[in-house]
Design a binder for this molecule. Structure first.
Ligand code: IPM
Ligand code: MG
Length: 356
């Protein structure tokens, strides 16, 4: 049966990096991959066309698709819009709409790029961490929320951190199973010394650990985890945490590699449907200049094939091609170092295609 992919180029460099990734997808289809794809707007691009960051056309396409491939959303030109119409809201809305609660954010250091990190090579070489971030709960979506005026005339802002048990269990399951396929170490990050929500989080992860006796579980407070990530990041295999802590720690972890332009991500629901996007943002400063690094998006396509289409072979084929172009010394601006060959976004796409 033909699988359907919804492609959302988004804003900023989104369309350029998606264009290169679609060339890779076209090639795989030509080689026999049974899939097709259709485009829809998200974020600012959707606001321009439909006055909404996640319009109905996009909802319909994404709900019907087997997987979603996203470029990036956001651009300063939309900062003045009312909050509910901003590009980021489109991203939060699609996560919630498709129930994409399981966010996988790998932070992998490619041996060729060891000098791109701001940390010493011996601290980061061989780094391979997977952050499993809960994506549809926590303070991001908790009610009550808002800004209102108190009786004394002063304004008060409110957000609510909350998790129910089932939400913790389902993200825990993803994390334990991921750890099982890797080095069997799971570190759960919380703030159980202060926040009851995460005290319960810790209890549930401990409960679940009995079902996974082969996985070594540890717990860490989020402040300590932030410190340990820069002090000794290689102690980690899989990290599981809530939405807000995961947002912060995954940015930190990505920078350990020095090349956020290389990192893909997956956001999954219970059925294996997923949204795949680079970990980096829309980089409006270099948009439209053919300078962006398309590799994180191309690697997101590899994750799509692995997690939504169960096609490990083609996922590896893409990852191998990316490894090959790095070994050839090709570098976009963001990962350039002396002695390498500087290439544009489309030239990087050419090289990946050739390697495929
Ligand atoms: C991310 C981003 C988003 C988030 C923003 C753009 C809403 O920072 O995907 O990490 O906070 O989840
Ligand atoms: Mg973030």
């Amino acid at each position: 049966m033909t699988k359907h992919i919804a492609v959302l180029p988004g804003d900023g460099i989104g369309p350029e990096i998606i264009q290169q990734t679609i060339r890779v997808l076209d090639k795989l289809i030509a080689q026999g991959l049974n899939a097709d794809y259709q485009y829809a707007p998200l974020g600012g691009a959707a606001y321009d066309q439909y006055q909404h960051p996640y319009p109905e056309v996009t909802q319909n396409l994404c709900r019907a698709a087997d997987a979603v491939l996203l470029g990036a959303v956001g651009s300063p030109q939309y900062d003045q819009l009312e909050r509910s119409l901003r590009p980021e809201r489109g991203l939060l809305a699609i996560r919630k709409d498709l129930n994409l609660f399981g966010n996988l954010r790998p932070a992998v250091l490619y041996p060729e790029l060891v000098n791109a990190s701001t940390l010493k090579p011996e601290i980061v070489s061989g780094l391979d961490i997977l952050i499993v971030r809960e994506l549809t709960g926590d303070i991001y979506f908790g009610e009550p929320r808002g800004i209102h005026t108190l009786d004394n005339g002063e304004r008060e802002g409110i957000n609510t951190m909350r998790y129910c048990e089932s939400e913790i269990r389902r993200i825990g399951k993803i994390a334990f199973e991921a750890a099982r396929k890797r080095h069997k170490k799971l570190c759960s990050v919380d703030k159980a010394n202060v926040l009851e929500t995460t005290e319960m989080w810790r209890q549930i992860i401990n409960d679940m650990s009995h079902e996974y006796p082969d996985v070594a579980v540890s717990h860490m407070y989020v402040d300590n985890a932030a410190m340990q990530l820069v002090k000794n990041p290689k102690q980690f295999d899989v990290i599981v945490t809530g939405n807000i802590f995961g947002d912060i720690l995954s940015d930190e972890a990505s920078m350990l590699t020095g090349s956020i332009g290389m990192l893909p991500s997956a956001s999954l629901n219970e059925t294996g449907k997923g949204l795949y996007e680079p970990s980096h943002g829309s980089a409006p400063d270099i948009a439209g200049q053919n300078l962006a690094n398309p590799l994180a998006t191309i690697l997101s396509l590899a994750m799509l094939l692995r997690y939504s289409f169960n096609d490990e072979q083609r996922a590896r084929q893409i990852e191998k091609a990316v490894g090959q172009v790095l070994a050839q010394g090709l570098r976009t601006n963001d990962i350039f170092e002396t002695g390498c060959q500087r290439v544009s976004c489309s030239q990087m796409g050419d090289a990946v295609l050739a390697a495929l």
